[in-house]
Design a protein around this ligand. Structure first.
Ligand code: MTE
Length: 456
């Protein structure tokens, strides 16, 4: 563990945020219409850089503390300290400050052909700690999101059971519930990066990732209630109630272990985009198996080979064979600050911060390299460090103004170490879309600009 830097002895560095709205709307429309070819991909990067350059150069705040002498912000009363504030319940459901309006989940222009079968990425660069605010949870739908009336919603359990049953929401919510914090990551997260560095910011490289406290009833309780034949059955099928009829086979071992039939997210009911009123929570397993608007669980003795497991979410291996039923999201990490698109405004102290996670258990260690992977230093793991949950890491760093490559490398409780790109490609080839857990590199230029680069 590294010792904390005494920040009184070094000037504090300052980060300029990544321009959140970097793509002009006419370009976004053109890309959505025609897709993202190589020319437009270059254009996307260039327009991002142009937006970054146009972002007025904010005066450096290197010695903020000494600049406080004579600062009118402290010497003269601000308007909000001299007037009556808004009444209670003025916003019956609280909203973020208008000054935070740019922190939004966003679609990557041209990534998908329709807005319903698409993805909105979570702004990881703006998060603290490990919990994803419900309104900023990433979204991935195959046929749009729906507003389900909970009164009309039912969950059926059938197949290899003594008695097939249909539950109302009211039935489910009277059962013994548990709450647990877990990450959810889409198997396609970082998918665009298999070939080379494709997108400028961490929102788009890693933003199909979120972490919440989920509340629900363990699936095992329901399987017991229906008398599931767990001696002979080996799988369950989970089916969603949206137009995509999302269906996924889940191993019985998972089903009997920590899978939840959940209605709660971060202390309130699930948001409609995330499956209200009921979704499956399959800790450690790729997001596609976390079936939303869950309406049916079938118990069976072989996998169902549905479209979303036979054709999609499969890994093209180097020998040309499609690997099906990959489920666990392997150990992975990313530095979220500083990260792509941000600008380091001068030398000095920076708190390098990021997230690490593993579908196989807890994070044991995160190492950070400031020289492209030649030397590594252990980062501080912030508590809590939980099973199949995001872990926040931090490490002190004094930037001397020279160009560097920042990387983080996570190790989980099984001893698995997050691979470099060449290690991942040795096993997996380079024709995959899904399950990319390679080490992410951010290049800091002498100018302080941070770029997404790929290192072998
Ligand atoms: N469930 C249904 N019914 N329909 C869907 O389109 N998308 C899946 C999964 N469950 C999907 C679904 C995919 S691919 C992912 S990654 C996660 O939901 C995303 O969950 P989120 O939108 O809450 O982030």
């Amino acid at each position: 563990m590294t010792r904390r830097q005494d920040t009184r002895s070094v000037p504090l560095g300052r980060l300029q945020k990544a321009p959140e709205n970097f793509v002009p709307s006419d370009l976004a429309t053109e890309i959505s219409r025609k897709g993202l070819d190589d020319a437009r991909r270059g254009f996307l990067k260039r327009s991002f850089m142009a937006a970054a350059a146009g972002f007025a150069s904010v005066p450096a705040l290197a010695h903020a503390a000494s600049a406080a002498h004579g600062d009118p912000m402290i010497l003269e009363p601000r308007p909000w300290s001299t007037q009556l504030g808004n009444p209670v319940a003025y916003q019956p459901y609280g909203q973020p400050s208008p000054y935070e309006a740019n922190l939004q989940r966003r679609q990557s222009p041209g990534l998908t052909q329709t807005d319903q079968a698409s993805v909105a990425f979570a702004p990881l660069q703006g998060f603290f700690g490990i919990i994803t605010p419900s309104g900023l949870h990433f979204e991935r739908h195959h046929q749009g999101w729906v507003n389900v009336d909970p009164e009309q919603h039912r969950l059926m359990i059938n197949g290899m059971v003594k008695e097939a049953k249909v539950y109302t929401m009211d039935d489910l919510m009277r059962l013994p519930a548990v709450s647990r914090m877990h990450f959810i990551e889409c198997g396609a997260n970082t998918g665009m990066e298999w070939g080379n560095s494709a997108v400028p910011t961490v929102q788009y490289t890693h933003g199909m990732l979120s972490c919440c406290e989920f509340t629900g009833v363990p699936l095992k309780v329901l399987l017991d209630d229906c008398g599931a034949d767990i001696k002979n059955a080996r799988y369950v099928l989970a089916e969603g109630n949206d137009g995509s009829s999302m269906t996924r086979t889940i191993n019985m071992d998972n089903a009997l272990d920590d899978v939840l039939v959940a209605w709660g997210m971060n202390g309130e009911m699930l948001r409609p985009e995330n499956g209200y009123p009921l979704r499956l929570v399959v800790p450690g397993v790729q997001g596609v198996s976390w079936v939303k608007w869950l309406r049916r669980i079938e118990v069976g003795d072989k996998p169902w080979a549905t479209k979303d497991e036979a054709v999609h979410y499969v890994d093209m291996m180097p020998d040309g064979i499609h690997r099906q039923y990959t489920s666990i999201q392997e150990c992975k990490s990313v530095i979220t600050s500083p990260s792509g698109g941000q600008v380091m405004m001068g030398k000095g102290f920076y708190n390098v911060s990021g997230l690490a996670w593993s579908g196989r258990g807890k994070i044991k260690q995160v190492d950070v390299s400031f020289d492209g992977g030649r030397n590594w230093k252990p980062a501080r793991l912030e508590t809590p460090v939980l099973d199949k949950c995001l872990t926040r890491f931090n490490i002190d760093w004094v930037w001397d103004g020279s160009p560097v490559i920042l990387q983080s490398r996570a190790t989980d409780s099984t001893g698995f170490v997050q691979p470099r790109y060449h290690q991942l490609r040795e096993v997996r080839g380079s024709r995959s879309i899904y399950h990319n857990n390679a080490i992410q590199s951010w290049k800091v230029a002498e100018t302080g600009e941070v770029f997404n680069v790929q290192m072998d």
